[in-house]
Write a protein that binds this ligand. Sequence first.
Ligand SMILES: [Zn+2]
Length: 415
Amino acid sequence: MHDHRKLGRELELFGTDPLIGSGLPYWLPDGAAVRHALEEYVRTVERRAGYQHVYSPVLGKRELYEISGHWSHYRDDMFPPMEPGARGAGGEGSEQLVLRPSLCPHHAVIFRSRSRSHRELPLRMAELGGMYRSEPSGVLGGLTRVRAIQLNDAHVFCAPEQVGAEAGAALELIRRAYRALGITPARYRLSLPGPGGKYVASPELWRRSTALLARVLDDSGLPYEAVEGEAAFYGPKIDVQVADGAGRESTLSTVQVDFHQPERFDLHYVGADGARHRPVMVHRSIVGSVERAVAHLIEQHGGVFPAWLAPVQLEVLPVSDDQGAEAGEFARRCAELDLRARVSPPDRGSLGARIRAARLVPYQAVVGAREAAEGTVALRLRDGRRLDPLPAAEVLERVRGLVGAHRTDLWDAAP
Ligand SMILES: [Zn+2]
């Protein structure tokens, strides 16, 4: 395992500046390419799984979080309220806005923006959205402890009898994503409330939601541990834990069952019987925050990302200046197919030196005199394999197929 802060600097993926502030990293082009590929993957698998995407603002009135319970249970982690109207209007009674600590309240409000029928359930609402956490500056660093967070979040509003299937499907999405990302979970955890007052009180609802999640884990056949004191304030959760180089665990993905916020926001739907019923909210995140996910990917892979995530997917290497035009044309065709290619011209050094400089790039496409004349490309794979020259169109087709399928292997023996 590697230190993502050190590698992030060396590979020019992200940076920080005291003038912007600690815990507020910026993303450089290569880091942004990884992040964009990850976000696209998440949106695609969510769309295919029947999620609908929304956007909601990163701010909300204080009352919104008073209703959700964040204000009374989570205020220490929130930035203090802003009072934009205070200048003319004067303090008392003026509007207070806070940077949101989570997306759930906004999604609950969107759900109740019109009446809902049982036919719309399960209603799966997803957003890759910003949220904020007021961390003390001493604990901030790299991408793992930040004050501005981009969360891969979703809320499934469903009937009580649909909760088990929805939570199970969410867990399956997480497992599939980990396979595509090449991430190995450290363990699965059933996070339960512990002693102390930070949880909403409702023993019967805690019992029901805990039983549901335990059932999902039992049905999945995955080994897990139940741990007290790790639940959200509104309900228990399944946490997928990953470990860093020092063996420190953190939560990347979660599935939560929540009977509390539907009550607080008075959510309901019209059932088949024509009566009003209360939905349950399943909160789930496939990759957690984009920051923490990319930090873990950097540490896990040491910069050797799966091809579909790599900042540069193909390094195009003309052997001499005579092949410059063909190399440029090949890179242009890559770009047309949404493949990230970069030409490394001979003035950067010998072919061997340029190949070594591109050792993290999954595909190195060498174009010599013979390849240029025949319209072929001699492909070298990052793992050291060297392929016989193939027609450029075939290389493009096959690389695009592997990348588009989010494969972690670099090549198929047979197309
Ligand atoms: Zn939520």
